[in-house]
Design a protein around this ligand. Structure first.
Ligand SMILES: *[C@@H]1O[C@H](CO)[C@@H](O)[C@H](O)[C@H]1NC(C)=O
Ligand SMILES: *[C@@H]1O[C@H](CO)[C@@H](O)[C@H](O)[C@H]1NC(C)=O
Ligand SMILES: *[C@@H]1O[C@H](CO)[C@@H](O)[C@H](O)[C@H]1NC(C)=O
Ligand SMILES: *[C@@H]1O[C@H](CO)[C@@H](O)[C@H](O)[C@H]1NC(C)=O
Ligand SMILES: *[C@@H]1O[C@H](CO)[C@@H](O)[C@H](O)[C@H]1NC(C)=O
Length: 408
């Protein structure tokens, strides 16, 4: 009898060791959540304008926008990286909707640079000059400077010879009050300004990750303030989602663009076979103009998505069907109630694809599979808070140790 129990314990211990080994192949970086992040009507409209500019610059790089932008600093997520030797630390937004890494340089005297960490190249022994000019338009402003090369570290991994933008002028951008210093783009290489190889592609080439995959566990409106989730490099952590990942191919390797089967609100079809992109740098869901018109009609909302309401409970789920599987977003996540008015966290810009920001990504764990050019989605494991996940990991480890002790 006792030996039978031992066999079971030994089997469990073996299983736990296997789980531990599987997890050692992945690297984690905590994602912080801005303590000031708030979805309100004002912020939603301001962000819509920002997103419009973020996406239009790709198509009309030389046409400066004429409309006045409201100030927008409602960015939700960021994490800590290092550049140089010894390490200089920066908070960056991990943005799957762009492909360059940039941080302010020490010679930048713009207001936005003065508020943030700047890179001192003269204090890094691994710094190498490149000098090619670099510029990205953001709305009515831009960040510009020149390219530099240095080592970049995050999640315990160090990428050698990463080319990045060292910003010398940051004008009229919305980043002045942002909690983060710069942006680390995780889109495909074809989006990269100046043809720079993106950080994750260098990680793959330098053999730093076992598998060419990264994934995001984001806690939109999470119970743990400050702790916004995790960026996982080299694979996925199945304890952070429930069920299995539904995969879909990337249909264009620039943004992380995929095709949805259909998008519905309750029983009303809004679109079929529409393209969508997964953008961790956007907090809203953005629809093409004609689909937005249908949605706003359903809610009797105005052009900014505002309608009268007394509660969000009577509204149906937003349903996004990907590869035959329904991904449901309850109304309380895509409708923001402020008194007797509600605002849709679904907005529109003049693009023919949908943009799935945190309203979507905060509900669904997302795997970005660079190697197979596909995306995988699964509901986040919301039953456990992140602290509980860590506690669970610790407990299983202790259990494994205990069992090992018992056996020997
Ligand atoms: C980034 O990480 C380093 C090393 O762990 C730490 O010293 C630094 O305070 C962190 N920076 C921020 C802003 O969290
Ligand atoms: C590095 O450059 C900054 C200005 O960019 C200067 O203030 C600082 O003194 C320099 N440090 C060293 C060690 O040369
Ligand atoms: C910023 O630096 C430039 C040249 O490096 C200089 O012309 C300008 O006056 C400086 N601005 C401020 C506010 O110090
Ligand atoms: C600077 O970086 C760009 C992009 O990686 C590269 O094409 C170019 O050859 C580099 N120039 C120098 C002088 O190293
Ligand atoms: C989001 O968080 C706020 C503040 O903690 C809370 O009032 C609101 O009910 C939450 N919304 C949802 C959908 O959980």
């Amino acid at each position: 009898m006792a030996s039978f129990q031992f066999k079971i314990l030994a089997f469990l211990a073996g299983l736990l060791v296997l789980v531990g080994e599987a997890n050692s192949a992945i690297h984690r970086i905590p994602i912080q959540r801005s303590p000031n992040f708030k979805r309100s009507h004002k912020n939603i409209v301001a962000e819509r304008d920002f997103v419009q500019q973020k996406y239009s610059r790709q198509y009309s790089a030389n046409r400066y926008p004429t409309e006045h932008l409201s100030n927008f600093d409602n960015f939700q997520y960021y994490g800590n990286i290092s550049i140089g030797t010894p390490a200089q630390y920066f908070l960056v937004q991990f943005d799957t909707g762009s492909s360059n890494l940039w941080v302010p340089g020490s010679s930048c005297n713009s207001t936005a640079c003065q508020d943030h960490q700047v890179f001192y190249k003269n204090q890094s022994s691994s710094y190498v000059a490149n000098g090619t000019t670099f510029s990205i338009l953001y709305g009515t402003g831009s960040v510009s400077g020149y390219l530099s090369v240095d080592s970049v570290g995050f999640a315990g991994l160090t990428v050698q010879s990463q080319t990045f933008g060292e910003v010398t002028t940051e004008q009229g951008t919305n980043f002045v009050d942002a909690y983060f210093d710069g942006i680390l783009g995780m889109g495909f290489p074809s989006l990269a300004v100046d043809g720079v190889t993106p950080t994750f592609q260098n990680m793959i080439q330098q053999g730093l990750v076992q598998s060419p995959v990264f994934s995001f566990f984001l806690r939109d409106n999470g119970s743990v303030t400050f702790y916004g989730g995790e960026l996982i490099l080299g694979g996925s952590d199945s304890s952070l989602y429930s069920g299995y990942l539904t995969y879909t191919d990337v249909i264009e390797t620039a943004y992380w663009k995929f095709q949805t089967d259909y998008i519905k609100i309750g029983t009303t079809f809004i679109s079929t076979f529409a393209a969508a992109i997964a953008d961790t740098g956007t907090s809203l869901i953005i629809a093409p103009l004609s689909q937005y018109a249908q949605i706003s009609q359903l809610f009797n909302a105005n052009s900014e998505g505002v309608f009268q309401c007394s509660s969000t409970t009577s509204y149906p789920d937003l349903i996004i069907n990907i590869n035959g599987v329904d991904f449901r977003i309850p109304a309380k996540y895509y409708i923001i109630q402020e008194g007797y008015y509600c605002s849709l966290a679904i907005q529109s810009i003049n693009q023919d694809f949908w943009i799935m920001g945190d309203v979507f990504l905060g509900r669904f764990y997302t795997e970005f599979d660079v190697g197979n050019q596909r995306l995988g989605f699964a509901p986040v494991n919301s039953a456990v808070s992140l602290r509980q996940v860590h506690l669970w990991r610790l407990l299983t480890l202790l259990l494994a140790c205990g069992i090992w002790k018992l056996r020997n």
